[in-house]
Design a protein around this ligand. Structure first.
Ligand SMILES: Nc1ccn([C@@H]2O[C@H](COP(=O)(O)OP(=O)(O)OP(=O)(O)O)[C@@H](O)[C@H]2O)c(=O)n1
Ligand SMILES: C[C@](O)(CO)[C@H](O)COP(=O)(O)O
Length: 232
């Protein structure tokens, strides 16, 4: 069955937790973090079009990168918003403008450059079944809920998953959700919006290497892993 799927790659953050370095333009094995991420989507047979959402000041750099790399699936490079969810909405609105009838959308953090084609394909298969599915991995550490330095709860670890991206959705479903009043509330991922609207969201296997580059320590892993995986 031929499906049309778009990717919204959100790259409009400020890297505040990176102590002054722009994590999306740090060089990993000789290429910017952002380039590694986009490459995987450009190479994936399940992705037809790509919308990149970036900072206004980085628009020229992303345009230059896309021209240099010849990523023909990239149909738009647009500015994002104040929050991740605002950038996602900007990307979804652009997909709606440029891809009439789009059926599926993958929303992915540009800061997750180690996503694989297999994860993208697993995500689409899960979304075809559930309408909404997100990459996740079982947590390995015991997680505690803490209030003012005191433990208030220890959730059952067997029920806890660490959420990643891509988050894959029926496009009409997630696009409409991002235009409900509830969408104005702060949320750190897109699945939360659907959950709060009463929709079931499934998880599908991500990977423990599909990390989000967030702090300097993540760069240590990223540089080693990217170099090692280039040699495979
Ligand atoms: N207003 C925002 C905030 C985040 N993002 C993107 O969402 C992804 C996940 O966000 P995060 O890791 O928090 O990135 P930053 O917001 O840059 O990090 P920080 O919170 O440390 O500033 C990143 O690819 C980031 O570029 C975005 O497109 N628009
Ligand atoms: C979407 C996400 O990557 C799932 O873990 C995460 O919530 C993004 O959080 P951030 O603070 O915007 O990086």
């Amino acid at each position: 069955m031929q499906v049309t799927s778009a990717a919204v790659i959100v790259a409009a953050g400020s890297s505040r937790r990176m102590q002054g370095r722009d994590k999306l333009w740090v060089q990993l094995a000789g290429r910017a973090t952002l380039a590694h991420t986009i490459d995987t989507f450009q190479s994936s047979p399940v992705i037809d079009t790509i919308v990149i959402v970036t900072n206004a000041e980085r628009l020229p750099d992303v345009h230059a990168l896309c021209q240099h790399e010849d990523w023909h699936k990239v149909i738009a490079i647009i500015p994002g918003g104040a929050r991740r969810q605002d950038s996602v909405r900007c990307g979804l609105d652009e997909v709606a403008r440029q891809v009439p009838g789009c059926q599926w959308v993958m929303i992915h953090d540009a800061a997750r450059p180690f996503v694989t084609g297999n994860i993208l394909e697993a995500g689409l298969q899960a979304a075809l079944k559930h309408q909404a599915a997100i990459a996740a991995v079982p947590v390995k550490d015991t997680i505690k809920q803490v209030h003012e330095g005191i433990i208030t709860e220890t959730p059952d670890r067997a029920l806890l998953w660490a959420v990643q991206t891509p988050q894959v959705f029926s496009f009409p479903l997630i696009h409409e959700a991002h235009h409900t009043p509830l969408a104005q509330e702060d949320m750190t991922d897109d699945a939360t919006l659907l959950e709060r609207l009463g929709h079931h969201v499934a998880v599908f296997p991500g990977s423990y290497t599909n990390i989000k580059i967030t702090t300097q320590e993540d760069l240590l892993f990223a540089e080693v892993f990217m170099t090692a995986s280039q040699k495979i």
